[in-house]
Ligand binder design. Sequence first.
Ligand code: ASP
Length: 582
Amino acid sequence: MSEFATAMRTDLCGTLRASDVGRTVTVCGWVGRRREHGEHLAFLDLRDYSGIIQCVVDGSVDVRSEYVVRVTGTLRNRPEGTTNSDLATGEVELGDCEVEILNVAEPPPFPLNDRVETDEIVRLKYRYVDLRRERMQRNLRVRAAVNKALRGAMERQGFTEVETPMLWTPTPEGAREFVVPSRLQHGSFYVLPQSPQIAKQLLMVGGTDRYYQIARCLRDEDLRADRQFEFMQLDIEASFVSQDDVLGFVSEAVLDAAELVTGERPDPIPHITWEEAQERYGSDKPDLRFGLELAELTPVFVTTEFNAFKAGCIKGIRVPGAAGDFGRNKLDGLTDRAKALGAKGLVWLKVTDDGLDSPVAKFLSDDEVAGLRTTLEAEAGDLLLIVADDDRHLVRTVLGTLRNDLARPPVSQGPYRYAWITEFPLFEGLDDAGNPVSAHHPFTMPHPDDLEKLESEPLSVRSQSYDLVLNGWELGSGSIRIHRSDIQARMFAALGISEEEAAGRFGFLLNAFKYGAPPHGGFAVGLDRLVAILAGEDNIREVIAYPKTQSGLDPLTDAPKPVGDRILADLGIRTLPPQAKG
Ligand code: ASP
């Protein structure tokens, strides 16, 4: 009997081994493949979540694909030459089987073979069948293991799990929100939380000290490979901490989870400032699995006669050994891409044994060519790509995007390279009304050295916020928070939020800060993304039991769909006719 024995079975299908030979066992599951063997016998692959066991049954047994059965038999070695080394149970089979049909099944809507590609809408419509596949069962278990490791690490570090409400009020994380009409107060709405941000800060005012929650968050944003309307976060907040304390707590949890799933503990996570990440990788979520770093070329061309290089910022990347792979068409493609990203152009040079092969080579002086080659450590056969502009951010972004286009492997492909990105700017530009826009959220503490510039030069103010990045995906964000109402009031003013508006939207928070808010900070790790990468998947839908399609639909339940007039009347709502599909 195994630890998985129940009243109906003694063992799981996938756990039987040669050491069990001779035992009489009972297993339950779904009928996979059936193969006739001579006139009187048939082989059935019986499947449960743990795997498959081959059962030798009487040919007259009438079971078909996906019937639910209970099989009792004696475990024996497979005859010489018929073992299957691809299968964990490939050395053994169940013989002399008695088969009890527990339930019949219609033929499955698609083959449950991991190697067969099935349309996603069909998979989601019949998700309960899709979930029977080995890959999906494995993914659900990776997810559960990650959850368990994260919880364990937080508990060990003295964090207390607290649940926060789903029916809430707007949370300023910058996304569109889902609203829920109130039946008791017609015309008023709850808002589903984009994150427990405000609730967890209030827990700190409430003396909780170290809070965590595996929290469901909802954001009404366009769906992508790494984004669903609802997603899970390991959400934490702690009092009397520095940024390094928070990064330490989160690193511990994430490295524990990675170790539990992969069997290997990743190296300590390196810290890179936002400025350095932009300079070297042209991105705030750099993929560190490959080189192609951005090199600074501005000093090389300070006295240049070449007009295209008379610019405030010149940077380049070296693509090793790629000169031969890039003919005219591909180079034109890269140039078009750079222009579409906002660059005035893209200069390419191929390094040859005799010098540089490029339409612009003749405009460069010998010193410039030498400086270029040394700075980029260029060797014969390399392709060099250069962007120049007065806008440094644009140069970095264009080259950072080309860097990814040229060399980025699928996100889930190893090795796993984590990075902490610190010192994000407090604001990420101006909105249409000319007000700065929070890069993280309005509760983020400015960098202490930059606080003075909050009013005078807001766009140059750094923040005490940080992201965790894995293989080029943002796994999460956090910050040290503003805990003083005077600084919070200055922050709202800097964002162009009037006192009345701030009082209307966040009065309860500002009020709370008057009653003794401790210094605090926190973080949230996106669970779906972490699990997807650790499970070897490039789309988070593969690690979510019931995801929505790209267009936000649930083919299983047909949600969203209209509700009856009675319900609408109760809620005090009248609907407009459905919008024409554009
Ligand atoms: N609430 C933030 C988010 O969901 C995370 C944090 O600042 O703790 O991104």
